[in-house]
Ligand binder design. Sequence first.
Ligand code: ACM
Length: 547
Amino acid sequence: MKRKSIYTLASIWLGCLLVLFSGCATIPTEYITSNEIAIIPQPQKMVVGDGQFNISAKAGISYNDAELVDCAEFLAEYVNVSNKNISSKFNPEADIVLKVNEQNDQYLGDEGYTLKISKDQVVINANSVAGVFYGVQTIRQMLPISIEQKDGIDVRAALKCVEIMDQPRYGWRGFMLDESRHFFGQEQVEKTLDMMALYKMNRFHWHLTDMNGWRIEIKKYPKLTEVGGKGDWTSGENAGGFYTQEQIKQVVEFARKRNIVIIPEIDMPGHATAANKAYPEFSGGGTDRHPEFTFNIGKEETYSYLSDILKETTELFPGPWIHFGGDEVHFANKQWKDIPEIQELMEKENLKTLYEVETYFNRRMAGVIDSLGKTTAGWDEVVDAGLDPEKTVVMWWRHNMPTQLAKALDKDFKVVLCPRIPCYFDFVQHKTHKMGRTWSGFGSLEGVYQFPDMPESYKVKDSEQIMGIQACLWTERVHNLERFDYMVYPRLSALAESCWTNQANKDWDNYQQRLKSHIQLYDVLGIGYFDAFDPEKTPEPMWPIQK
Ligand code: ACM
């Protein structure tokens, strides 16, 4: 009797399983599309067709150039198909085709792409791996947001049929992060790089040294991080932190896969406090407000020391640019007058003023960067230093000095636009906000979006010399990840559109509609943000200390 009941139970289970399996076989897969196409930055040309391409679990991905493997793997991950579906043996009939042109298509330039989605096939075509990568990011944004949740749901994504022809307005689409004032670490940096990639941004300027912390390991001078890496702007007693060379290599590789070039900044001859804490023998003093702010640029040993640092830095970053700061030296260089080595240098080189000493230093260090095979980048103070415009990129940041931009252009420098208003993301973004900088204005979402076409207080003339635009997150008052996200999102998306989309194709009302979908994406990805549509919903995370 007992035995019989076991058999009965077993056969009931078997029956249930059979019903379940046969049920699965007959229920068609459900494919979902996103409700609307909400791509940021807005593509230059887009025609929406009828129907959709269903991305089955069996969809094959094929590519024609070995360097496209990362693009294929990203795509497989985004659309939830196995890497086993990827084939490097090129098949133009595959479900999803990634293709670098053998002959350049003039319209597409270096980073443009076409994306054709029909009911039967998806084809991305570009002149470069970067272009294909941006086509893949466009697909990522066309997917229903629930796919990003990756929570085991068994619905599959579909893409609306569309034809897109796209290419960026600017080649430099940048974001700068100051990790000296507060240190955020590898995970946050990589998360930011991934969001930059989603928004087709391609330059990460990493401000690694300044007054409150030295964040890059230099093997020849270990105290830079052992001593100079401690503390942050909130307190010198805080742990602070730094990146080992190994970690930097990992971040560089993470960025490379996303077509992002990293520009490291070693700030000199000012903003050197953390370095001077570690190696006081190279300090050129400062003021009460900014103690030990400068290097002693009269000493020959200082040039060897900084050249060694730049050499190790160069070896870590394969991109073409090294940023050497050059900003705000006049803040705290008065002690230079009293330093015998600086007096001797002035005598020897016939330098009449401290400013001439500073420009002498800039020229020498730019020469070092050149000898290391890199191009110098510097803040807009360096415009007057007599540097070679062919070998220098200038970042125009002093929005209250448009003459500095005009001068840079007149002197034939290549320029990146990052005026404090609207590009400094430590400025507040709403009139009710209290934490963060305000001057005669602030960095509203609309201000960022309209830049550089409708700047409120200055006119940026169109010029081939303008390489692009960059946002800068200075972090004196950004002490945690919550404030980090709040200051960056959604302004990063507005900046991305300013960088990528031609003025004729920008539309503030339409952007705001698309942004609503992106805010849902931020929720899914666990990214904090300021809700520009409902400011009270996301109150400003306060910075706890008054200084
Ligand atoms: C700067 O904001 N000191 C470049």
